[in-house]
Each structure stands twice: as C-alpha cells, then as structure tokens.
Design a protein around this ligand. Structure first.
Ligand SMILES: Cc1ncc(COP(=O)(O)O)c(C=O)c1O
Length: 380
C-alpha cells in the first residue's frame, strides 16, 4: 500500500516552510504530540488535580505499541533514560569473567561502545571488527573477530553515518552459536524499518525517543528477550524494580518478573506522553509501507546525486538499505558548506563523517527529494 503523504503532512505544519529530511538527527513532534505534552505540562501546574495513574497507563500503552511494532511481548520492555542507559544496563548486567570479550564493528556510535569499554576494569576486552573492503560492516569480519570467549556481539541495526542496515537474524545466529548475546541499538531503525525480535531471536534492543519516535529526549525504549532477562542481572534498583509500593518499608528486594525489574525510579511521564501520541500516528501505518516508502525516496535521491557527480557513501544493496543515506563531494569542508547552504534554503540535512546525511520519513515526498537534488550544484 502507498502512504497518503498529503494527509500525513497535515500533522507537520513546518512542512509548509521546511523541507525536513533530517530524522536521523531529530524527529519533529506531530501536532497531536505537542498538544498532548502541552496539556500535561499545564496539568502539572496543579499536581492536586493530576491523575497520577495516568503515568502508568501511558507507559503501558507505549509498551503495547512498541511490542506490536517489533513483534515482542510488552512484559519484555523496560524504559531507561537514553540509548546509552539501555546499552549500559545490558552491558553491566551480564556475567562477565576476566578474559571474556565482546565484539563491536568499528566506527560504531559512541553510546554503543562506551558501556562496553566501561567493562575493561572487570577484565573484559572490547574487540573492534574491521569493515570489509568496500568499507561496510560484515558478518564474516565479525565472525573472524569473535572467539569462544566472546559473550556479546553489539551492533547498531542501522548505522548512524551512512544508514547501513545490519542483518540482525544472521548476527543473532552467530552470537547464539557462541552462546553469546546479540545486543542492538535500534535508535536509527525503530519506526522507519521493520524489526522482528521474535523471528530474529535478538536478545536486547534499545532506542532513544528523540529521532524516528518523534518524542524528544528522555526515554530509552529497551526490549530484552526471555533469554536475555535470564542473563542480565539488574545492576541498579529502586522502588519500581519491585512489586511493593513505596509505602512498604519492609525492603524486600524481590525483583519484578520480566523487564520491569530494570526500571528503578519514577518514569519520564512527559516524554512518555509525547511518545504515546507519536506512536499512535506511527503505528497507524504498516511498518512495511513506511520502510518501502523511505527506501524509495532514498533510492531516488542516490540516483539523483550520482547523476550530479557526487560519491555515494551508503551501500546500494537492497538488503542493507534503510531510511538513511549519505553522499559526499569527497571533501569534508565542501560537504559542511553544502549542508549549511541547504539549510539557508530551508532544506534540513546533516553533515556526518561520511558526508551529507539525508533521512526522510513517512510524510516526505518525491518532490522533497527532487527539490533537494535540484539545490545541489552539478559536479560533472
Ligand atoms: C545510532 C545512534 N544511537 C543512539 C543515539 C543517541 O544516543 P544516546 O541515547 O546515548 O544519546 C544516536 C544519536 O545520534 C544514534 O545515532
């Protein structure tokens, strides 16, 4: 099915001013999201009038929608404060022995890497798997870097610089063959790409809320499989980690079943409210339709920029594509200048290490892409 972009654009009034194709940096609020947050912000001016159970209801509604989107169970979903915290809870909670290692592809996003470097004081080594000859992450190179002491393989599902989409099912198989876990950052894929945790068997996925989930900062959506929950000990605790209410001072530290045990103190009600409203819009569409729409737009862009003489930094293999692509003049300074020129023309893209990064979403159109291509000076 094709998406009704005309109708979808009505949720984003800025589209009358901006050609916004920069969701890998920040996701805009749909109008219903800014309204929901404004209403809650207003309600907080009088806490006595607030319905405090609404925080739990909101968290549960978000859990249900995320679970449906990734084909997982709501009880396997916990909320942290960021992607770094989601990675950290998995990294710190595994039963590492001195001499164990984890394997991460080189050039990963820092919040994916630091939680594991932080294990070095526990005798754990981080091994960086080299890219293949074309410069992309490779399952074979990860396999060659791992050994029988590998306890975790850690990758972004979609990489932040050029949108390379890793094969979570193949990497999970590799991890499980080593009796290790597969941990994945899905910040750049939850929303625009299809994710199936049940069929891929992936152990842990985490995403921050401020990009494709369109809900600003402060919620790290975290899924742990039953297998991961058995292996990941809670490393911090608080009133939400147990079933007792906060008036019970018996201090029985019996962790709650499922992923709820990893939550500690009060949740970020405001961002969860935004997330709920945005997910209502995102989940009103079929994930496969969003994925094919964004891939068609990025394909159009790559054809257009190639014809204008730019180099492509993304893989053109269909299976490795996502809603993010990057291209370059071959010169970092020229790329940066172009991004700023485009910004002056109200076309929002980003400059990252592999060039100019473009990341359209469900409400962007072929016209947005054509306008961007037309704004680029010809190089050949
Ligand atoms: C791949 C990826 N993961 C995570 C994040 C955000 O990380 P954090 O939640 O630690 O701020 C970003 C932000 O650019 C990202 O590109």
């Amino acid at each position: 099915m094709t998406l009704d972009t005309q109708k979808l654009r009505a949720h984003f009034p800025m589209t009358s001013e901006w050609n916004y194709v920069n969701h890998a940096t920040h996701g805009p609020f749909p109008t219903q999201t800014s309204e929901a947050i404004s209403n809650l912000a207003h309600a907080w001016t009088s806490p006595a009038d607030l319905d405090h159970d609404e925080n739990d209801r909101t968290a549960n509604a978000v859990r249900q929608m995320i679970a449906r989107t990734i084909n997982g169970k709501p009880e396997n979903i916990a909320f942290t404060g960021s992607l770094a915290e989601s990675m950290s809870l998995a990294a710190a909670g595994l039963d590492w022995k001195p001499g164990d290692n984890c394997v991460i592809p080189e050039h990963e996003f820092p919040s994916v890497v630091y939680p594991f470097l932080n294990l070095e004081r526990r005798g754990v080594t981080v091994r960086f798997a080299p890219k293949d000859d074309a410069g992309f992450t490779s399952v074979d190179r990860i396999r060659e870097t791992a050994d029988e002491r590998t306890r975790a393989i850690v990758v972004s599902h979609v990489e932040f610089m050029n949108g390379f989409r890793n094969d979570l099912a193949a990497l999970t198989q590799l991890a499980h063959d080593l009796d290790a876990v597969l941990i994945s950052d899905v910040t750049q894929s939850l929303g625009p790409c299809e994710i199936d945790v049940a069929n891929s068997g992936v152990d842990v996925v985490g995403a921050h809320s401020y990009k494709w989930l369109m809900a600003s900062y402060g919620v790290g959506v975290t899924y742990l499989s039953d297998r991961a929950i058995e292996r990941v000990e809670p490393t911090y605790a608080g009133r939400l980690s147990v079933d007792l209410g906060f008036e019970d001072l018996s201090y029985q530290l019996n962790f709650r079943p499922g992923a709820a045990r990893y939550q500690s103190g009060g949740l970020n009600w405001i961002t969860l409210t935004g997330l709920r409203a945005s997910l209502e819009l995102i989940t009103s569409m079929n994930p496969a339709d969003i994925a094919s729409h964004t891939v068609a737009l990025t394909e159009r862009l790559l054809d257009g920029v190639e014809a204008r003489g730019y180099q492509i930094s993304s893989s053109r293999e269909a299976e490795r594509r996502s809603a993010i692509v990057a291209f370059t003049t071959g010169n970092q300074e020229e790329d940066a200048a172009l991004v700023s020129d485009l910004g002056a023309k109200k076309i929002s893209v980003a400059h990252r290490g592999l060039g100019i990064r473009v990341s359209p979403y469900f409400y962007n159109t072929a016209d947005d892409i054509d306008q961007l291509i037309a704004a680029l000076p010809r190089r050949s």
